[in-house]
Design a protein around this ligand. Structure first.
Ligand SMILES: Cc1ncc(COP(=O)(O)O)c(C=O)c1O
Length: 381
């Protein structure tokens, strides 16, 4: 049994999430990491590695690669090969590399979306064709018809986020097959960010990498994965791209040039330990996060001016606060002591994103403050 209720003081470790509101009475609930200690197996492996005292240039060893291959096979049923792996120090880095490597004048994606899906194409001098997601059966999904109609001849890349940040959607096999057939028909490469793949909270729902659907799709894909969200080790900066097509992989590596180095040696140690021994911790984490999600759902259900669609994954809740009729819901809740993510850079300023990857005690306080904020609005009416 792991104790996710144990408070972790993050105010002394240059933590981005907590330092943003240093000295203010604001509970941070924004950037996507969790207020939990990483699994003991990771902490112990890092301690051992540090005690070795050897910190020279370090390559990713075969054992770590084998552990990654086994993890991907076991958890997503996808058999990948060693040569398909390209290591980078972050998924955002890989998204930027993918845009450069694939090229094309414009890049397709959907909104709401993690802001780097919009920034990465722009950094590469590309324009973005953003397809708004739609509500279907009380869940966010892709508008496949609009997507297909929006593809232009200068577009070579579709950037997918599955599971979705911030919508919490896990695409079903049927949806992925639809998407795959559209992309193959129009000769698009799919760059699929699957960083949240291990954080599916609905029991028995499985993550399906789009590249695993068919050999044809695999050849047109760049899949981005990482242990960082799963095991709360984002600060260690480990990630890998899986690119089965040798030509596409060569373009990706060329776009990396000498400007993107490999992963940090401690990240290699942490990745190996997490994927090898972190599963019992992860199973309990998912149960805890699911309970937290239920708390957020109950809170939203009791407030008719808020709306949250059904979500299957992530520790991030995408809350529609448009019915509050305040200028900026983000600023409004901040004034009442809760530092949520502003929906604006994700594509809609009427929304806020709540990070519920924290202790139940803190989450209760966050929801309590949000309730007070809304009660204060009632009083002024
Ligand atoms: C969908 C998604 N991709 C990428 C990242 C960041 O990945 P990295 O820290 O490896 O660059 C995040 C972090 O919130 C994310 O939610």
């Amino acid at each position: 049994m792991y104790n996710f209720d144990e408070p972790l003081d993050r105010t002394k470790s240059s933590c981005e999430k907590w330092d943003k509101y240093k000295g203010a009475d604001v509970i941070p609930a924004w950037v996507a990491d969790m207020d939990f200690k990483s699994p003991p197996c990771v902490i112990e492996a890092l301690q051992e590695r540090v005690l070795e005292g050897a910190f020279g240039y370090t390559a990713v060893d075969d054992e770590t690669i084998d552990v990654i291959i086994s993890f991907v096979k076991k958890h997503y049923g996808w058999e990948i090969q060693k040569e398909w792996l390209v290591f980078t120090h972050g998924v955002v880095t890989s998204m930027n590399i993918a845009c450069k490597a694939v090229g094309g004048e414009s890049v397709l994606t959907t909104t709401p979306i993690y802001p780097h899906f919009i920034k990465a194409p722009k950094n590469a001098g590309q324009s973005v064709i953003a397809i708004p997601m739609i509500e279907k059966e009380h869940r966010w999904t892709i508008d496949f018809e609009l997507l297909e109609r929006s593809i232009t001849s200068t577009c070579k890349l579709f950037m997918l986020c599955n599971p979705y940040n911030p919508a919490g959607t896990v695409l079903s096999r049927v949806e992925l097959e639809k998407l795959s057939s559209i992309c193959l028909k129009h000769d698009l490469i799919v760059c699929s960010d699957e960083i949240h793949a291990d954080l599916i909270l609905t029991p028995n729902l499985k993550h399906i990498p789009i590249a695993s659907l068919s050999e044809e799709m695999a050849q047109k894909s760049i899949t981005l994965m990482a242990p960082s969200k799963t095991f709360n080790i984002a600060g260690l900066q480990a990630s890998f791209a899986i690119i089965p097509n040798p030509k596409l992989r060569a373009s990706f590596e060329k776009a990396m040039g000498n400007t993107v180095g490999g992963v940090n040696l401690l990240a290699i140690t942490a990745t190996k330990a997490a994927y090898m021994y972190g599963e019992p911790w992860l199973e309990e984490l998912r149960v805890y996060l699911k309970e937290n999600l239920s708390m957020v759902e109950a809170f939203v259900a009791s407030n008719p001016k808020l709306k949250l669609l059904h979500q299957d994954a992530t520790f991030l809740a995408w809350i529609d606060a448009s019915a509050l009729h305040v200028k900026s819901p983000y600023a409004f809740f901040l004034e009442h002591g809760v530092g949520l993510s502003d929906g604006k850079p994700f594509g809609d300023e009427n929304f806020v994103r709540l990070n519920f990857g924290t202790t139940k005690k803190l989450l209760q306080e966050i929801l309590h403050r949000m309730q007070n904020a809304m009660d204060s609005l009632q009083k002024t009416l």
